[in-house]
Design a protein around this ligand. Structure first.
Ligand SMILES: [Zn+2]
Length: 137
C-alpha cells in the first residue's frame, strides 16, 4: 500500500537527485550485512556503477528512486505538475540509461536486480524477505 505523496516528501525526493548513499540504499546495505552477505559499492568499472555488487552471487543491485527511474504503476512515480516537460525529459533519459546499463551488465553475465524505494519498509524482517525473494535465496 502506497500513501499519497506529500509536497514535503516530493521536495525531499528532489533533493536526493543522483546522490550516493541515499537512505534506501543504506537500508538495503544494512539488510545484506545482517544477512552475512559480502558486497562492494559503486563499482566504477561496471556499466552504470551499480549501487551494490554481490560478487559471489554474481549479482548487482540498483536501489532506484521511484520518481527518478519511473517505477511502473507506482504513485511515487507520478509527475509533478510544474515544469513537467523538464522532468519528463530528465526522467526519460534516466530510463534510457538504466536500460542500456542493465543490458550491458546482463551481457557481462551479471544478474541485475532493482530494488524500488517504495518496496523498502522500516521493518528489518520485511526488508530481508524482499531481498531474499529478489536474490532467489
Ligand atoms: Zn515505487
Amino acid at each position: 500500500m502506497v500513501d499519497k505523496i506529500t509536497k514535503e516528501k516530493r521536495s525531499w525526493n528532489m533533493q536526493r537527485i543522483r546522490s550516493k548513499d541515499t537512505k534506501p540504499e543504506l537500508i538495503i546495505r544494512s539488510v545484506l550485512h545482517r544477512m552475512g552477505l559480502r558486497f562492494r559499492l559503486h563499482k566504477k568499472e561496471l556499466p552504470g556503477k551499480p549501487d551494490i555488487v554481490l560478487k559471489k552471487l554474481n549479482t548487482v543491485i540498483f536501489v532506484h528512486g521511484c520518481f527518478w527511474h519511473r517505477h511502473e504503476n507506482c504513485i511515487e512515480a507520478s509527475r509533478p505538475k510544474t515544469n513537467s516537460e523538464f522532468w519528463e525529459k530528465k526522467i526519460a533519459k534516466n530510463i534510457e540509461r538504466d536500460k542500456k546499463h542493465q543490458k550491458a551488465l546482463r551481457e557481462l553475465g551479471w544478474n541485475v536486480i532493482v530494488v524500488w524505494e517504495c518496496q523498502i519498509k522500516k521493518d528489518f524482517e520485511l526488508n530481508r524477505a524482499l531481498v531474499e525473494k529478489k536474490l532467489g535465496l
